[in-house]
Design a protein around this ligand. Structure first.
Ligand code: AQP
Length: 328
C-alpha cells in the first residue's frame, strides 16, 4: 500500500488540518509500505502569497509534521515544487480533463467566485489537475484527506480511469481515507463553514502554534447553540463541532465527554476544552520550537524526502510519455 497526501503552506496549520488529515498521515506511516507527504507550495500560489511568508510556512509545516511524530525513516516529507514531474504530468492531464468537470468543483466555485472572470486565476481552475498529478505520479493507492478534498479525489479517479482506458493500464485507482471523526471540522466563528487557514478572522481556527491564552480566548468566543445543556445532537452543530475537537485532542469518545459534563454549562465545558487543547498542544509546540530554529536540519529532511520519492515519479512520467507516444 502506497499512501500520498499533501498540505498547502497557505496559512497557519489548524486543528481541522490535524484532525482531518495530519493525524492519519502520522498513523499511516506505520501501516503503509510507503507513505509520501508533500508540502504543496504550487497549490498554495493559486491564491496570492507573500513570498517571505510562503518560504517560512513551508519550513513551519515541515517542523510541525516532525513535532507531531512524522518519522523521516518511515515517511517521506518533501516540497512539491522540488519534484518537476508533478507539473509535467499536470500538463498531460489538462489534455484529458474537460472544462465542465473542472468548473463543477466546489472549491473552484467557492474560491473562484467573482463577477469579473478576469480576476479568477487560471490556477484555481486547474488546481484539481495538479492534485491528481500529485497522486498519480506516485501510483498511490490511498489518499488520507479531509472531507473537503473528496470531490477532487473523485476527479483524480475519473482521470486515472480515462487515461487507462485510452492508453492502457497505467494508474491504480486511488481510494480516499477519511477519519471516523473530524473529517470536517467547522469554523469556531461559523459552524456552517469548515475551519480554514485562509479564513478572514483568526477566531475561525485554532492554529497548532497558538499559545495557551490565545486558545482559551478563541474557545471562549466560539459560537454556541441555543440552550445550555451539553449534549450530542445534530440540532446543535456548534456544540457538536466543539465535542469533535474535544474528542480529537483527548481520544475520549464524545459520549464520555458529554457524560463528564452533565449538569455543567457552556462556560465550564469551554474552559475544560481549552485546557484539553492546550495539554495536547504543549508537547507539540515544545518540539516545534526546537525544530523551527534549525533551518538546515529541516532542509535536509525535505531534500532527503524529495530524493526518496524521485525514482518513482521519474519512472511513472517515463511510462506515461511512452504510452502517449512521446519519444523518451
Ligand atoms: N476544516 C477541516 N476539517 C477537516 N479536514 C480539513 N482539511 C482542511 N480543512 C479541514 C484537510 O487538511 C488537509 C490539508 O488541507 P490543504 O492545505 O490542502 O487545504 P484546504 O483543504 O483548502 O484547507 P484549508 O485549511 O481550508 O486551507 P485554505 O484556506 O488555504 O484553502 C486536506 O486533507 C484537507 O482535506
Amino acid at each position: 500500500m502506497r499512501v500520498l497526501s499533501g498540505i498547502q503552506p497557505s496559512g497557519v496549520v489548524h486543528l481541522g488540518n490535524y484532525l482531518g488529515a495530519i493525524r492519519q498521515h502520522i498513523e499511516l506511516q506505520n501501516q503503509a509500505d510507503q507513505a509520501f507527504y508533500s508540502i504543496v507550495d504550487l497549490h498554495a500560489i493559486t491564491t496570492p502569497q507573500e513570498p517571505k511568508d510562503l518560504h517560512q510556512r513551508t519550513l513551519s509545516i515541515a517542523a510541525l509534521y516532525l513535532a507531531l511524530g512524522l518519522n523521516p525513516e518511515k515517511a517521506s516529507l518533501f516540497v512539491q515544487s522540488h519534484r518537476p514531474e508533478h507539473t509535467e504530468l499536470t500538463w498531460i492531464l489538462t489534455t484529458i480533463a474537460n472544462l465542465g468537470e473542472l468548473e463543477r468543483m466546489t472549491q473552484f466555485k467557492e474560491k473562484g467566485r467573482s463577477d469579473e472572470r478576469n480576476q479568477v486565476p487560471m490556477g484555481l481552475l486547474s488546481y484539481p489537475l495538479l492534485m491528481a498529478a500529485d497522486i498519480l505520479i506516485y501510483k498511490a493507492d490511498r489518499v488520507p484527506v479531509g472531507d473537503d478534498q473528496v470531490q477532487h479525489l473523485e476527479l483524480t479517479r475519473d482521470l486515472a480511469k480515462r487515461f487507462n482506458s485510452r492508453f492502457g493500464e497505467t494508474f491504480p485507482i486511488p481510494e480516499p481515507v477519511l477519519p471516523k471523526n473530524g473529517a470536517r471540522i467547522m469554523g469556531l466563528d461559523d459552524p456552517t463553514k469548515k475551519m480554514s487557514k485562509s479564513a478572514t478572522s483568526e477566531n475561525n481556527y485554532i492554529a497548532l502554534t497558538d499559545d495557551p491564552d490565545t486558545v482559551t480566548k478563541k474557545i471562549k468566543k466560539a459560537v454556541t447553540d441555543s440552550g445550555s445543556e451539553i449534549e450530542l445532537s445534530d440540532d446543535k452543530p456548534a456544540l457538536k463541532n466543539l465535542l469533535t475537537i474535544f474528542s480529537g485532542v483527548t481520544n475520549n469518545s464524545m459520549g464520555e465527554i458529554v457524560t463528564e459534563h452533565q449538569g455543567q454549562g457552556y462556560a465550564d465545558f469551554k474552559a475544560n476544552l481549552a485546557e484539553a487543547i492546550n495539554e495536547f498542544l504543549a508537547p507539540v509546540q515544545a518540539k516545534y520550537n526546537q525544530l523551527i530554529s534549525d533551518e538546515n536540519h529541516l532542509l535536509s529532511i525535505l531534500k532527503q524526502g524529495s530524493e526518496q520519492v524521485a525514482p518513482i515519479a521519474q519512472a511513472t512520467l517515463k511510462e506515461v510519455k511512452e504510452k502517449i507516444g512521446f519519444i523518451v
